[in-house]
Design a protein around this ligand. Sequence first.
Ligand code: ZN
Ligand code: MN
Length: 253
Amino acid sequence: MCGKYVLMEELTWYEYAERVKKDVILLPVGSTEQHGPHLPLGTDAIQIMHFSKLAAERIGGIVAPVLSYGYKSQPKSGGGPNFPGTTCLGAEALIFAVRDILKELIRHGANKIWIMDGHYENAMFLSEAIDMALDETRAKDVKILKNCFIEFLNEDDISTVFPKGFPGWDLEHAAILETSLMLYFRPDLVRLDRVVADKAENLPPYDIYPAPKDIIPSSGILADPTDASAEKGEYIVRRCLEEFEKYIRKEFD
Ligand code: ZN
Ligand code: MN
């Protein structure tokens, strides 16, 4: 741990220059997307930013400014485009934005980078951006990791958080996971009186374009959030941080 600040935007360039070559740089990527009647549009970005900050505090890393836009919300994982407020990037824009940010970090001397993905649909576009940044900089001795922090949870964790059954991470949208995390990170932003027990049933085993309005609940909730709690949020964060720290040591020590 060197220095008390973890957010890049709170560092001076002198402090950043001193730390960038030795610290792990975390790049959180979220989305701006509907999250039902009870969670804010910035849920993915807010969650991944808070998680990245706690993770960086734990290991003495630096959190680059969160990218609050992500790839297009899909009906079967985020409700799709038919909601006011859902504001997405296309593939090229997301790939090039992340590629350019990575190239800048590498130019500064960053060599240990972890992309924290907070939005289900981003995954493969982030992979493409990483490939392009590594190719185009011909960076040697640079290692970039990427995951969605929920990938740290094992089967025991999943049965602890979802004792009544796990719908799958794609359908965990505005549901138990995200409502619990927001109750833990930002309870002031959760409209508990607006929680409804909706769930997406009878989804077709294929995607439809243009996205129809009637295959998911009109609330935008894809799985029942009513068993969410701040305690579950705290448990998820604690378990993910434990695993994160373990893998940081494995990959970067
Ligand atoms: Zn979300
Ligand atoms: Mn999302």
